[in-house]
Design a protein around this ligand. Sequence first.
Ligand code: NAD
Length: 284
Amino acid sequence: MSISKIGVVGAGQMGSGIGQVAATVGLDVVFYDNPQALERATSGIEKSLSKFVEKEKISDADKSDAISRISYSKNLDALKDVDLVVEAIVEDLNVKTELFEQLDRLVKPEAILVSNTSSISITKLAAATKRPDKVAGMHFMNPVPLMKLVEGIRGIQTSDETWGSVRALSEKMGKTFVESVKDSPGFIVNRILMPMINEAVFTLHEGIASVEDIDQSMKLGTNQPMGPLTLADFIGLDTCLAIMNVLHEGLGDSKYRPCPLLRTYVDAGWVGRKSGRGFYNYEG
Ligand SMILES: NC(=O)c1ccc[n+]([C@@H]2O[C@H](COP(=O)([O-])OP(=O)(O)OC[C@H]3O[C@@H](n4cnc5c(N)ncnc54)[C@H](O)[C@@H]3O)[C@@H](O)[C@H]2O)c1
């Protein structure tokens, strides 16, 4: 199916980036979220596109064209005629399931529904709809305009046609598509990344090394562009904890238990950059 108009539900860190990139490659984009989030997304997209103009990656006209293709709505009905919806709301199975039920009733029968979930089962989300063959995962990386990867997740019910459309859309958006052909907790990236971040938190929790030395070790010792604790602050410690819980419950192995210190930081509201404090302090 050819995709020319997409809906993005959830205009936060991820949703706004996904919508921005889609509009930049010529797709019409409709965002749905609350008014404050939509306002933040509008200014965030403007700022991000301006940086691309400054770096001469796109022209001023490209920026205006992209902006003109984006609309914002506080009403989910605005997504009625889209060809595909990307869901990028909070990482919570119940909230996502309810949204998929609603979207299924709203959008045209041939429309595809994809989730940007980091870890939740696509098969479960698909089962909440009457079009499970038209549901798949498109896991974008943060920040979406800069990161090259889309991890496709195939639910057990996802059809070949839907899979082909999702791959084509990822490539149109300038991304490299990798296939997680089994819908297993954490898929590929977070199955590997999150236990590493969790182990870094254990290393801190057990007093083995400081925050700075843990990050320095992994940066200089294993050639990663940023250390695992810096990366956790970027992702959001609440999201990291949610993913570890999914791995722990879904795979049933104690090696995936979240570090108590990760829970404590989330309990304290120290969830990383977005709250001003995580393993590092971003205030002032
Ligand atoms: N942060 C990352 O690095 C990252 C990377 C890949 C995937 N993800 C996934 O992307 C999704 C979004 O993460 P984020 O970091 O953008 O979160 P975020 O908190 O920045 O944004 C979430 C947005 O969803 C909105 N929202 C919540 N419930 C909603 C509902 N029922 N209807 C409409 N809007 C609703 C919120 O108002 C908010 O604007 C999650 O599933 C997360 O696991 C995150």
